[in-house]
Write a protein that binds this ligand. Sequence first.
Ligand code: SAH
Length: 376
Amino acid sequence: MSETSEPDTTLPLLQFQAPRRTKAPEHLADIEPAARVDFAARIGVAPLRVKQVAAHYFERLEADPALMTDLPAADRDEIVESVLPPLLQPVQSWQCDNGDTTKQLWRLHDGSLVESVVMRYPERATVCISSQAGCGMNCPFCATGQAGLTRNLSTAEIVDQVVSAARLLANDAAGLEQARLSNVVFMGMGEPLANFAAVTGALRRLTQPPPEGLGLSRRSITVSTVGLVPRMDELADEGIAVTLAVSLHAPDDELRNTLVPVNTRWSVSEVLAAADRYAHKTGRRYSIEYALIRDINDQPWRADLLAKRLRGRLAHVNLIPLNPTPGSKWTASLPDVEHEFVERLEAQGIAVTVRDTRGRDIAGACGQLAAARSNV
Ligand code: SAH
């Protein structure tokens, strides 16, 4: 035993703080538009060149120097390398649903692995992105939670997943029709509000009009959280009215304490009150995520309690059939039980949707992104 009174640095950090790691290289997408001139000076590139590269990256989704013919040929590679240092190295991709769903695995500069999933629908195209490598929230039914947190992603590492998805959709090489990326959901690996500064930076970059950002609409972006109450309030204050999704999974604290362990810090009532404040400030309806787990949270009385707690709130419920993770003893609810759960909520005036199960056969469905543990 140590006899000194030095703090014990081996103690785990608070779960939602990321351990310190080497930072990702600074990239155009990290930079607020007003700071681009300073950025240009820092990397030794003329501001005009940064502006030109920004138009290529955000407007044309281009990162290949050979195609940036407005840059001086002799310096092209060097300029692009400085302004857009490669952040996401593709490791592997998987397709299913006749090519409508693609899971992409990326290696970051320090070897960390993250995943994103691109989904084509008739009317829209959505990318599900990661905000952290791993996750510290430890929800027992979630594959990412099992591996723990490796590190926070930088703003550009988050934005570049979206740019890569938009590029994939714009490319008809796979024999699929070209599509325009319309929606972004922060429902991949990580707890977005535990990486607040990088995530809000990414939200600005995704919504700023080109060439400052990607020009996506705020309402087509969804940030999903376990319910870090102070950060939910900060997000409301940021003035970026994106859609908020709250991972509730149980209407009572007793069960939620086990399914979403951070509930022992911020209870169901506190989380719902924070979501209400968000709705009030932003004018945006929020969604309640509820993974239906057989015999765990799918009892009729829990449907009734959920309805009672949500009555009068600007919320709708998104039920997700549980995607069992490897080795888990839990599984999805039986169809009749799911049906009754939906009916009870609807009977009490609560809007409900049941999430589709895209990407199941490539482990690209909700909660199945566990790249940090894979051997690739
Ligand atoms: N950390 C954020 C975002 C991550 S996941 C959050 O928790 O909200 C996005 C959604 O998928 C969350 O609602 C999460 O609880 C849910 N999810 C995780 N594992 C799942 C699984 N195995 N089956 C179904 N949904 C799952």
